[in-house]
Write a protein that binds this ligand. Structure first.
Ligand code: ASP
Ligand code: MG
Length: 598
């Protein structure tokens, strides 16, 4: 008999009527012949209320007590849902995180799942019960209650679906699926029928707000299909499945993160280990750094720019202030009036074209791009906040995201084509050994024979990036990574891109033409470079990846010239000298994670 997991978010159990409606959905699924496990969040805004209560009692509530408190929200709702099912004449048993054997590490408020024991759930299901499990919570080795972080019930649900070998994980929520962009920001946003794990991961981390990021990591690792749908209707929503099954357009979605801040550390001595110093000072404060652009050094100095959330700006500046003398950098500048606009798509094969199309759309909307970073499935731009809305609209429009792609696969097609994951059991039993949510790497590789072109003194005005990459695209040069960052020297920007070594000569010719046309200061190229790529699942939620990378490279005296990160890969462009050594060192440093992804 097939098993399904149904997760109900806070809004879906916000009051008595909604609790009964949720109960009816589960009963109906059971009557249709499924074994049913429900995962339930705290009712409505209860978690927020509990947080506020804690804040009123104490200025800094101990993390352990915070988790003890917050976990009660889910305990209330599972009991009520089980009662509702009983009242409707079916059998149900509610269970806390501890009772489902949800074992986590002991990082309160952001605990990671290590293992789940399934026997008790299986036994209750065998007896004809609907099992109602509390989302968001677990226990550590000492039986302390832990929580997984805000929105963590999604992760509970997908994790349970994984270890129970569920045929699907249904996420019932107050929206009816995943949209091409946030419909509150852009009314023409379109609900998509199907999206891939990779795209969803990227959109979720860009603030799409629909699903907890770590839940998608689980789904991808264990190949669990997710169905995001409205709890207030029976309409089908969005199915999140593997990339091979989804077949989406080159660009599947756009996202805007409004409240970003740019920070630039000017005049960082261009010697290995300096970026490590900058970023470990920030990591120590648990601040997430997003777009990172290190300008290629000149006169022995480089500028490092990155973005953080606007809320984290103060703390970031304070952390930098402390280490600036030790680093020997000149100064720090910032801009707290910026937003990030990105496009995502796993089928961005012709990235030069996608990039220039995006830049042209922004130019036509008179939006000035301040920073650019790219990864294999994403292009992100930093723009003035006042122009961010127009930017999102322009990008959504140019990729025709409001229109359903003609060759989109249907739901039924995907269902029919979907095979069983042959070795799911082995995978689960291997990772059940305390490693369910560990970083799993699928590979670390080196691409040699790369070359870089950097243009300095790029005027900071709309249209330049568009012109540049259109010209490069017309020359049929395939560009891999693109970064644009602040150029401390005169407040203009610098743009770097990488190409295959064999395309360098032609790229330089194009660059010279562009420099002439726009009156740029200087061109530089580097040819003895390589790209090192770390691929896997959980690269961004496990924040130590970048630090380990920086550390290993610094130890070898290797400078990082460019860096691009996504949910799936971290790419660093380094000099080819010593790059084999770097590969070796990184493979050793990440041995356990590579083993987990084997
Ligand atoms: N109740 C928790 C929260 O509000 C967990 C969840 O809803 O997923 O964050
Ligand atoms: Mg929630």
């Amino acid at each position: 008999m097939s098993l399904i997991v149904q997760k109900f978010g806070g809004t879906s159990v916000a009051d008595v009527e909604k609790i009964r409606a949720a109960a009816r959905k589960a009963i109906r699924a059971q009557k249709q012949g499924h074994r049913v496990v429900m995962v339930v969040s705290a009712m409505g805004k209860n978690t927020d209320l509990l947080l506020k209560l804690a804040g009123d009692v104490s200025q800094s509530p101990p993390a352990r007590e915070m988790d003890m408190l917050l976990s009660t929200g889910e305990q209330v709702s599972v009991a009520l849902v089980a009662m509702a099912i009983d009242d409707l004449g079916s059998k149900a048993v509610s269970l806390t995180g501890g009772q489902i054997g949800m074992k986590t590490d002991d990082s309160f408020s952001k605990a990671r799942i290590q293992s789940i024991s399934t026997e008790r759930i299986e036994r209750l299901l065998d007896d004809g019960n609907i099992v109602v499990a509390a989302g968001f919570q677990g226990i550590d080795d000492d039986l302390n209650i832990t929580t997984l972080g805000r929105g963590g019930s999604d992760t509970t649900a997908v994790a349970l679906a994984s270890v129970l070998g569920a045929s699907a994980c249904e996420i019932y929520t107050d929206v009816d699926g995943v949209y091409t962009t946030d419909p509150r920001l852009l009314p023409e946003a379109r609900r998509v029928d199907v999206i891939s794990y990779d795209e969803m991961l990227e959109l979720a981390s860009l603030g799409a707000g629909v699903m907890h990021n770590r839940s998608i990591e689980f789904a991808k690792k264990f190949n669990v299909p997710i169905h995001v749908r409205s709890s207030f209707s029976d309409a089908e929503g969005t199915m999140i499945v593997a990339e091979t099954e989804s077949k989406t357009a080159p660009v599947c979605g756009a996202a805007m993160t409004p409240n970003e801040a740019r920070v630039t550390v000017l005049g960082v001595p261009d010697v290995p280990g300096k970026s490590l110093q900058v970023f470990s000072a920030i990591a120590e404060k648990k601040i997430a750094v997003d777009m990172v652009v290190q300008n290629v050094g000149r006169k022995g100095r480089a500028d490092i720019s990155f973005t953080v959330r606007q809320d984290d700006l103060k703390l970031t500046l304070a952390a930098l202030d402390k280490v600036l003398p030790a680093i020997g950098a000149d100064a720090v500048t910032f801009d707290d009036q910026v937003s990030k606009v990105s496009v995502v798509g796993v089928n961005m094969a012709d990235q030069t074209n996608v990039a220039s199309t995006m830049f042209r759309a922004l130019a036509d909307a008179n939006v000035n791009i301040q920073m650019i970073t790219t990864s294999e499935i994403k292009i992100s731009t930093l723009v003035p906040r006042a122009e961010a809305g127009a930017a999102l609209r322009a990008v959504h429009e140019v990729f025709r995201l409001h229109e359903k792609p003609a060759d989109a696969k249907s739901w039924d097609q995907i269902r029919a084509e979907r095979g069983e994951t042959a070795d799911l059991d082995t995978l689960v039993s291997r990772l059940q050994d305390d490693a369910l949510e560990a970083l799993t790497l699928t590979g670390i590789s080196l691409t040699k024979h790369q070359a870089r072109v950097t243009l300095y003194g790029v005027p900071d005005e709309p249209g330049i990036a568009a012109d540049m990459f259109e010209t490069i695209g017309q020359a049929k040069i395939f560009v891999d990574m693109i970064v644009q960052g602040y150029d401390g020297e005169d407040g203009s920007t610098s743009v770097s891109f990488t190409v295959d070594e064999s395309d360098l000569k032609q790229s330089l010719e194009v660059a010279v033409a562009i420099r002439e046309k726009h009156g740029m200061r200087d061109i530089q190229d580097g040819s003895d470079i390589a790209k090192i790529t770390v691929s896997g699942i959980g690269l961004r939620s496990h924040t130590h990846v970048a630090t380990v990378l920086f550390k290993q490279l610094a130890d070898l005296g290797i400078n990082i010239e460019m860096i691009g990160t996504s949910e799936l890969q971290v790419n660093a462009v380094i000099s080819a000298t010593n790059s084999d050594k770097a590969l070796e060192r990184l493979s050793a440093a990440f041995a356990a994670s590579l083993e987990a992804g084997r």
